[in-house]
Design a protein around this ligand. Structure first.
Ligand SMILES: [Zn+2]
Length: 279
């Protein structure tokens, strides 16, 4: 359940002059009220409540599944305006509530919760939404099994039907090529654009020395891809230690993806209940 915002308290009118402490308190109240007024008059459309709930749930699912830890994030395109997206303001994913969800434009400027600090790497989301009209949800993570594949040339390939979405290949992003020596983070629109180019039309892009980003047609599809990309990476490392590996063919991968996309609701319901502590 999302925490209720506390209403702004305004002192009752009175005739006697305010002392210094009261004047300062009064100014603070007026500043807060003004900020609220700005938000009220220049406010993006309210997203559907169920979309917000799913985004909050997805943050918790990704933590419960070991995809994100204190860092990493998931966004969803705004259901009322495709030129906006929803992403939590800076907070560890497992702690995100409805009140932490901000609306951003596709240049990754906050349109709500402007007083909060945003994730440094929010440009990943905005630039992928710009480049890919088909994408409705984006996840960025530093999952260990995926990072292992980021730093070697072995391709991440679909080992079984659950990861058929890898059959289209995986993008690779090398920050050094365009940006030289960096702290590895996608901290500017230009870096976000290059990352979106590396993703191309694929579901996943691996980022050397950093992590991975995945895109999907909805929150649950993106979460499904994050979970099974990470599992596939772990199993592929095991299988390669055992010997030659037979991967899904392109046709098998395409057919498996089409089937999985239709039954994702079953897994999504389970993951949400699990992350909510209901089972
Ligand atoms: Zn990152």
């Amino acid at each position: 359940m999302a925490a209720e915002r506390r209403p702004i308290e305004v002192a009752p009118a009175r005739d006697v002059p305010l002392n210094a402490a009261e004047r300062r308190a009064s100014l603070n109240v007026n500043k807060t009220a003004g900020r609220m007024e700005t938000l009220m008059t220049d406010r993006p459309p309210a997203p559907d409540a169920s979309l917000l709930d799913d985004l909050v749930a997805a943050n918790r699912v990704l933590y419960a599944k070991g995809i994100v830890d204190g860092l990493g994030h998931i966004s969803v395109r705004h259901d009322k305006d495709p030129s906006m997206y929803l992403l939590a303001a800076e907070r560890a994913p497992a702690l995100v509530t409805r009140d932490d969800i901000a609306v951003y434009d596709l240049d990754s400027n906050p349109l709500t919760l402007k007083e909060r600090r945003g994730y440094i790497e929010r440009y990943i989301h905005g630039e992928i939404y710009k480049a890919r009209p088909d994408v409705m949800s984006v996840i960025h993570c530093h999952t260990p099994s995926l990072v292992t594949f980021c730093v070697c040339q072995v391709p991440l390939k679909p080992l079984y039907h659950m990861s058929g979405f890898l059959g289209a290949g995986v993008g690779r992003f090398e920050a050094r090529e365009t940006f030289g020596m960096t702290d590895m983070l996608i901290s500017s629109p230009a870096m976000g654009r290059e990352l979106a180019k590396s993703l191309g039309k694929r579901a996943v892009v691996l980022m050397r020395g950093h992590g991975a980003t995945m895109a999907g047609a909805s929150i649950k599809h993106a979460v499904f891809r994050a979970i099974y990309a990470a599992l596939n990476a772990t199993m592929q490392m095991d299988a390669m230690r055992l010997g030659d590996v037979t991967y899904l063919s392109d046709e098998e991968a395409t057919k498996a993806t089409a089937t999985n996309d239709k039954v994702v609701d079953r897994s999504w319901a389970l993951w949400k209940a699990e992350a909510a502590g209901e089972i």
